[in-house]
Design a protein around this ligand. Sequence first.
Ligand SMILES: N[C@H](CCC[C@H](N)C(=O)O)C(=O)O
Length: 268
Amino acid sequence: MATIDFFKYQGAGNDFVIVRPEFNKAVKDKTALIERLCDRRFGIGADGLILWEKGQEEGEDFQMVYYNSDGRESTLCGNGGRCIAAFAFQVQELPQSMQFTAIDGPHQAEVEEQSPGNYWVRLQMPDVKEVKTTNKGMWMDTGSPHHVEFVKNLATYPVEDRGREIRNSYGTAGSNVNFIEFDAQGELGIRTYERGVEGETLACGTGVTAAALAAYQQGLTAKNKIGLQAQGGKLQVEFEPHEGGFKNVWLSGPAKFVFKGTIDLEKP
Ligand SMILES: N[C@H](CCC[C@H](N)C(=O)O)C(=O)O
């Protein structure tokens, strides 16, 4: 019986399987297996799966490999980056401040332990070179591709149908899709249709980042530190406008250990 040990973390309801590193070889690039592990009925259940791999370079504490729940490796996962940093602190006993490499390059992360298993993690996001404005809305790359548009009545908006339509309108690579609305208290609400999950997730870190930058770009807020309310919790984005884009972009929010376990890979 071939089994693997894993850890389950979630960041504002965006949830991930993190494989115990000794078992990485049994999972790496195994699309069908990763899809099965992320399946919410036949597997563990998650929006994505993350491998923690030892750092190779000087000053690189580890590398992060990210797969969406469709089993395919993808671009940067902001909430996944915050959760793998919490894992590195809690399980690999790294110091609070760490540096890791994801598919888009190096990331600084700062982990604050609120109680065992409950963390507030700040993650440095890549600079954003450009925000494209089209008649459909705004588009930018915050480590993953994101379409952002303002809507009315976000709570009842048809996120699945409209999200799928827009996701597929961005050529073969597609895009994640974010619907945002300021509420009566002036707080920015967000709902996201995620590429590679092919459905709405309760939060999306690179999406929340894109939404904050889009709101600033549209002149709808003068603040460069914005809290956003996602379905699964609150996240915060800080940034500095720079040459038509943004630099010094940080995503922060909760990252929680949920459970750990062992799963038999041969299960039907
Ligand atoms: N689904 C995204 C990657 C994960 C993004 C999201 N979970 C986040 O927290 O940034 C994509 O394929 O572009």
